[in-house]
Design a binder for this molecule. Structure first.
Ligand SMILES: [Zn+2]
Length: 227
């Protein structure tokens, strides 16, 4: 057994409870994983409720998605997690959930990219929406792969959201912030006026928050600003 195995299992259980209790994931939706060794992850098992996880509901898999040990099967959405671990060496934790308001934005075809709330741009950058993919298929992994190299949080078209971090808590906070951004944006839309950040304001924010990113000055074409 890997040294910090039980500590990580406890953290996954804790984050699962928070996601469930805060309404970010219903019934058996969503999954959580952590890269516990270079070639090994802990991931929640298929069909488990994130609010009621037991230590045995979290199983070992390799970076090809093969189950190594534990009860149950790896989550059917494991390929999305692996796509991220395989292309982002800096990522240790992945959280996938179905935050209802943010998911509603994707169903309405409205982007939730971070061009509206400066604080969101500062903490996790823009939140683009992937192309549509049938959940629990290899297609889901490939649409995530297209965007995750340069983003830490994505909306999955008509499905949910996925966030990453160096810790489980960091990935959870990003998921919580996605739903917060969705609530704020929805409120502004209901009030009848959404004022977007200008391209210059956005560029300034990106340069402060992500000075090493290559495409800091380029628009991702999310369409939020109508350009
Ligand atoms: Zn899902």
């Amino acid at each position: 057994m890997i040294a910090n195995d039980w500590r990580i299992r406890r953290e996954i259980i804790e984050i699962g409870k928070l996601l469930y209790e805060r309404g970010l994931s219903a019934a058996t939706d969503g999954n959580i994983s952590f890269r516990i060794a270079e070639d090994r992850i802990l991931i929640t098992a298929s069909g488990t409720c994130l609010g009621e996880l037991e230590p045995t509901d979290i199983i070992y898999a390799d970076l090809s998605g093969n189950k190594l040990s534990g009860d149950g099967n790896v989550s059917s959405e494991t390929p999305m997690h692996l796509a991220i671990y395989n292309c982002r060496a800096d990522v240790k934790a992945v959280v996938h959930a179905h935050p209802p308001i943010a998911t509603g934005f994707t169903i309405a075809g409205i982007s939730l990219a971070g061009c509206v709330i400066p604080e969101i741009v500062m903490t996790m950058g823009e939140v683009p929406t992937t192309r549509y993919a049938t959940p629990s298929t290899a297609e889901g992994a490939s649409v995530v792969k297209e965007l995750i190299t340069n983003h830490d949080a994505l909306l999955l078209d008509r499905h949910g959201a996925i966030t990453i971090g160096r810790t489980l808590q960091e990935a959870f906070y990003k998921m919580e912030k996605i739903e917060y951004a969705a609530k704020v944006t929805l409120t502004a839309r209901q009030l009848g006026n959404t004022r977007n950040l200008t391209a210059e304001e956005l560029e300034r924010l990106r340069k402060i928050a992500f000075p090493h990113r290559i495409d800091n000055s380029s628009c991702t074409g999310c369409g939020t600003c109508g350009d």
